[in-house]
Write a protein that binds this ligand. Sequence first.
Ligand SMILES: [Zn+2]
Ligand SMILES: [Zn+2]
Length: 151
Amino acid sequence: MSHQGIRFSTQEEHNREALETRKLPRIALTPEKVRVLLTEGKGLEIDWADGHRSAWAFNWLREACPCATCVEERIQEGRKPGQPRPKPAALLPMYAPPAKPASAHPVGRYAIQFNWADGHSGGIYSWEYLRRVCQCPECTFSEAETRGTPN
Ligand SMILES: [Zn+2]
Ligand SMILES: [Zn+2]
């Protein structure tokens, strides 16, 4: 039994490491189609060269800004990329307009940059970053499954 246990934990270690340093093939990091749904105010959609499809709402992307300031802020507040900041406890609910970029443009061949309506524009969203934070059920499920207790 103990032998099996050892073998099992080794497998787990391997899985965890594979997730963290998950090397994605080039084809998984190459966008075939990038759609910024600016006028609809919806978000970003990418069709990848490997056939995978990702979509993010602008609100999510704003909270996942990869610039040094935002990353630092998220680490300090213990937030994951895309996780909204805690709302201050107020008697009157404050209206926060949904995040929306005024414009978006490609950065070289490897990233996209948003000029957010709130004036922030420091974040460069590389294809690799975006693919790693894909929010589709398939990607979020496999992440939860690896984190959860195995059966
Ligand atoms: Zn930022
Ligand atoms: Zn996905």
